[in-house]
Write a protein of this length. Sequence first.
Length: 104
Amino acid sequence: MRERRAERLEALGWRTGDAAAFLGLSAEEAAYVEVKVRLAEGLRRRRAALELTQTALAEAVGSSQSRVAKMERADATVSLDLLIRALLALGATRHDLARLLRGR
């Protein structure tokens, strides 16, 4: 959040912070969520760039379209293993995964 906006909100009695503070996450939990979100966003972008439907990706990884939708939104029920396997099924390399985790 921009500093000026945060200052205005705080002057009105609001508290500002990030999602980790709001949810009371430890540093490790926040890092885990960040990894999962980056992989999920990378999966969605890669699938779209390849012009594949969620159904086509589901068939490639032996899953369902609804599961792919959950993967792409980093649902809590989706494992990191499944996200990584799906990315690899779309041709991602270890270097691609590292780039996603670095945020590039």
